[in-house]
Design a protein around this ligand. Structure first.
Ligand code: F6P
Length: 354
């Protein structure tokens, strides 16, 4: 009798990290092992599929203790060789090399955990015939195709905690405190944390702001006895008629300080800016993120086991389903100006700089 061939599933993490990546890896390994698959953990995102593939065989013992751990034990790369669209006739085509390696490794399916950039690369692999399944990830919660991504709830908790802490110091000093949070194209973290923390103004990329309107609101609050104000600002927010601010290259940064300085100049009130940065991406995932990540990981393995490929695992209402990868690629899910959260916040008196 011939030996039964080893059935293999690959998994990789790509793009910026988010709390819950390790929880997905754990769920993949445990679910796949239970179904009799060997799991290959591809290292450093898609880069692990270039040249001689670098990966590790993972068993349940390798994922012990991973559930509460932030970051990714597999490592990750932001774009790397896959920074631009595929050029099929190029002398070196990283896409074909990766797809050939997926075949060489004998993967029944490759699970790629990442945001829009990652899923666009995954879609290209799928079009080239590779059996791939995407798992949505980003703290920004801006991936289309799914209601939620893991990492968002944890980032939201960190940002809300920061607002709570800023409140007491702002009130003690009668100051304006500006908190800059992440959110490149979408203001979900700013909007949710601003509402949860009771911010007085929320500035998001989807609603270009007029700093004079924010300053007028700060002064109005003063007149009515609230001598401090809290402004939450997404890193991608920008003034009406202006552009997002960059520190260098495509690294956003500076809008928080810009708003803080402008407010101080216009109102004469002391103002300070806090940039929360990567604190929002580190540390243990919240219970909600651990659960979502676990559901996503298990669903990805089950999809491969059921011969599904070219799809993204997604949360829709209460259910985990699969949707075509195309739904998550080429654009991101932004806050619509008439979103009920915006209306609710405005009803609470929150100023959006308009
Ligand atoms: O996409 C998630 C995100 O947190 C963005 O909000 C932010 O602009 C970006 O990552 C920063 O990533 P990095 O510093 O790793 O390039």
């Amino acid at each position: 009798m011939g030996k039964t061939p080893i059935r293999r599933i690959g998994v990789l993490t790509s793009g910026g990290d988010a709390q819950g990546l390790n929880a997905v890896i754990r769920a993949v390994v445990k679910t796949a092992s239970g179904l009799g698959y060997e799991v290959l953990g591809i290292e450093d995102g898609f880069e692990g599929l270039i040249g001689e593939p670098h990966y590790r065989v993972m068993t349940s013992a390798d994922v012990r203790g991973l559930l509460p751990l932030g970051g990714t034990i597999l490592g990750t790369t932001n774009k790397g060789h896959f920074g631009g669209p595929r050029v099929p006739d190029a002398e070196f085509d990283p896409y074909s090399e990766a797809v050939q390696n997926i075949e060489r490794l004998g993967l029944k399916g490759l699970i790629t955990i990442g945001g829009e950039g990652t899923q666009s690369i995954t879609l290209e692999f799928s079009r080239m015939g590779a059996p791939v399944i995407g798992v949505p990830k980003t703290i920004d919660n801006d991936l289309a195709g799914t209601d939620r991504t893991f990492g968002f709830d944890t980032a939201l908790r960190v940002a809300t905690d920061a607002i709570d802490r800023l409140h007491t110091t702002a009130a003690s000093h009668d100051r304006v405190m500006v908190l800059e949070v992440m959110g490149r194209h979408a203001g979900w973290i700013a909007l949710h944390s601003g509402i949860a923390g009771g911010a007085d103004a929320i500035l998001i990329p989807e609603i270009p702001f007029d700093v004079n309107k924010v300053a007028a609101y700060v002064l109005e609050r003063d007149r009515t006895g609230s001598n401090f104000s809290i402004i939450v600002c997404a890193e991608g927010a920008f003034p009406k008629g202006g552009q997002p601010l960059y520190v260098t290259g495509n690294r956003l940064g500076g809008v928080g300080n810009f708003v803080s300085e402008q407010i101080e100049q216009i109102t004469g009130k002391e103002s300070r800016c806090v940039v929360l940065g990567h604190l929002q991406r580190g540390g243990p995932p919240t219970p909600a993120d651990r659960i979502l990540a676990t559901r996503f990981g298990a669903a990805a393995v089950n999809a491969i086991h059921n011969d599904i490929a070219g799809e993204l695992i997604a949360l829709r209402a209460q259910d985990i389903i699969t949707v075509p990868l195309e739904e998550a690629c080429g654009y991101v899910k932004v806050v619509r100006p008439h979103n009920d959260l915006i209306r609710t916040a405005r009803g609470m008196g929150v100023n959006f700089g308009i």
